[in-house]
Design a binder for this molecule. Structure first.
Ligand SMILES: [Fe+2]
Length: 203
């Protein structure tokens, strides 16, 4: 049985960057529904619900029925991606920036945090329609950026990659707070990133 992460903060803690109503809907409704539907799809697919979700997503081709495979992709991605997203947030702080090993790795790969932030923000803003922007480490620990549509992610049908940080750019993530201004939401979300969590993932 797959379970949503428990939020490591109050639903109102991300305000004013992301207001309580958005968290209530996004985490309490959307993420909860992905989780419920994932558990139903996993049962239908005959997959052991103790199997790590990363392994399920990497191994989608083993699900023979196309409709069930799509249900596991959509709801498994929705479940996993939102766990990554919500777990990495914290109350806003001005000048929030990476620390520790992930800071060094970002500087080495992208030149500076500002250069990295600009690149990842551009991927988030330019993702056409619903999707995500990602910072991940590849099999050798090298950092790279990507974007994905709908509920796909860097580990869909792949192994050895480790998502470290993500920005949800589905409209449900920002529309109550920013309406159509996705770029403004992306600009603001950097105040919420808990770099301790990102460092733990990187380690
Ligand atoms: Fe979302």
């Amino acid at each position: 049985m797959y379970e949503q992460i428990k939020l490591p903060y109050d639903e109102g803690a991300l305000a004013p960057v992301i207001n309580k109503e958005t968290v209530e809907t996004h985490y309490g409704k959307h993420h909860a529904t992905y989780t419920t539907n994932l558990n139903a799809a996993i049962e239908k697919a005959g997959i052991d619900p103790a199997k790590p979700i990363e392994d399920v997503l990497a191994d989608l081709d083993s699900i023979s029925d196309p409709a069930t495979r799509t249900a596991v992709l959509n709801n498994g991605g929705g479940f996993y991606n939102h766990n990554v997203y919500f777990e990495q947030l914290k109350a806003p702080s001005e000048g929030n920036a990476p620390t520790g090993k992930i800071k060094d790795a970002i500087d080495a790969e992208f030149g500076s945090f500002d250069a990295f932030k600009e690149k990842m923000s551009a991927l988030a803003v330019s993702q056409f329609g619903s999707g995500w922007a990602w910072l991940s480490a590849d099999k050798d620990g090298k950092l790279y950026l990507s974007q994905s549509a709908n509920q796909e992610n860097p580990i869909t049908k792949k192994t050895g990659h480790k998502p470290l940080l993500t920005i949800d750019v589905w409209e449900h993530a920002y529309y109550l707070d920013y309406k159509n201004l996705r770029a403004k939401y992306v600009d603001e979300i950097w105040k919420l990133i808990d770099w301790d969590v990102v460092n733990k993932r990187y380690a």
